[in-house]
Design a protein around this ligand. Structure first.
Ligand code: F6P
Length: 382
């Protein structure tokens, strides 16, 4: 394939940070510098750096020694969508929005950037579409702990978030057992239950509540009673922040009107704990892991995934790709049209093999399907 004439690229990290961002930055920059002699410019704080013209050259030294570091050396921002950028406030305090795409394109031209490597989730990719339409070459790399980007079976950051949540759930396990308590643990994930499901299974949690399976509070109470009375006398309940009671609503912690995704979820863990306490005699405690699962060093699989994604992004760019998102599907690296993925969310499918396996070993999802059909002398049915 023909090699593209690319002399200088810009790179930004958008949306919420996650473990592995620096590993990708390193892989992109080192591949670009070592294999193709390309200059790499770092754009600070996501698209905000383009709006405010905060762009700096990255040296080989800048991107060395950062593989294991959490966060992003470039800074990030999940409140900047150039098409709807908050430039001021109305008298009532509501934001005034302007389209500053042209300002960003001017910054791209000023720095003679031949392409942008955009590392982000669905919000960042959606924001990037304006640049694709304006003729800017963007190569996207899928980042999010939520693992909800359409088109890729995995995004980097997810496995580290799962490992951190699993460790926390393991720790709750021993204290729940000692005190004969129900421990409810809320984890992030937005409208998808990937973190809760995967960490829930990995930690052997007794109940997993995810947005894709609305829960029934009476079913939850029945299950908890069976565990507390006839069973081990303690329970671990992992709740995705986007989980909802059947016929109910998500619990919203706050609204950030300047953000491309203004809803910040949070509070469903306490709701579930209160519901259990009201319907059973169990002693219940709540833990919210929150941003803890987004911080710290990436695990080995995320370092490898991030390195592969970074390398593939530069490889396809130099093979002539335009407006593409690097992906992994069926364990193979590839790429899809960026516009195909932008602004959508990939949720846990109803026929998920992991849900089936969890149900088979007695894990409850807080729904009627979790009630054992035929408890026997060999199965206490919790
Ligand atoms: O998308 C990543 C994520 O951590 C979600 O799981 C969570 O809902 C959201 O970001 C939190 O956003 P913020 O960092 O603005 O509180």
């Amino acid at each position: 394939m023909a090699t593209a004439k690319i002399k200088r690229i810009g790179m930004l990290t958008g949306g919420g940070d996650c473990p592995g961002l620096n590993a990708v930055i390193r892989a992109v920059a080192k591949t670009a510098m070592l294999q193709y002699g390309i200059e790499v410019m770092g754009i600070e704080d996501g698209f905000l750096g383009l709006v405010e013209n905060r762009v700096r050259p990255l040296s080989f030294k800048d991107v060395s020694g950062i593989l294991t570091r959490g966060g992003t050396i470039l800074g990030s921002n999940n409140r900047c969508n150039p098409r709807r950028f908050a430039t001021g406030k109305n008298a009532d305090g509501s934001p005034i929005f302007s389209d500053v795409t042209a300002v960003c394109i001017e910054t791209i031209r000023t720095h003679a950037l031949d392409a942008l490597i955009v590392i982000g989730g669905d919000g960042t990719m959606a924001a990037a579409t304006a640049f694709v339409h304006a003729g800017i070459n963007i190569i996207g790399i899928p980042k999010t702990i939520d693992n909800d980007l359409v088109g890729t079976e995995i995004s980097f950051g997810f496995l580290t978030a799962v490992a951190t949540a699993t460790e926390a759930l393991d720790r709750l396990h021993s204290t729940a057992d000692s005190h004969h308590r129900v421990m409810v643990c809320e984890v992030m994930g937005r409208n998808a239950g990937w973190i809760a499901l995967t960490a829930g299974v990995a930690s052997g949690s007794d109940m997993i509540l995810i947005p894709e399976i609305p829960f029934d509070e009476e079913e939850i109470a029945g299950y908890i009673n069976r565990r507390m009375d006839g069973g081990p006398g303690f329970a671990i309940v992992v709740v995705a922040e986007g989980a909802t009671p059947a016929g109910g609503q998500q619990v919203v912690a706050r609204i950030d009107p300047t953000s491309p995704d203004p809803i910040r979820l949070g509070g469903i863990g306490q709701h579930v704990a209160d519901s259990i306490a009201a319907r059973t005699t169990a002693d219940v405690r709540t833990t919210v892991l929150g941003h803890i699962v987004r911080g710290g060093t990436p695990t080995a699989p995320d370092r490898i995934l991030a390195t592969n994604f970074g390398y593939h992004a530069i490889r396809i760019l130099m093979e002539g790709a335009r407006g593409r998102l690097v992906i992994r599907q069926n364990n193979m690296f590839g790429d899809i049209e960026l516009l195909q993925s932008a602004g959508q969310q990939r949720r846990v499918p109803f026929d998920s093999a992991l849900i089936a396996a969890a149900r088979a070993i007695g894990t409850s999802f807080g729904d009627a399907a979790s009630t054992p059909l035929s408890p026997s002398a060999h199965s206490s049915g919790y």
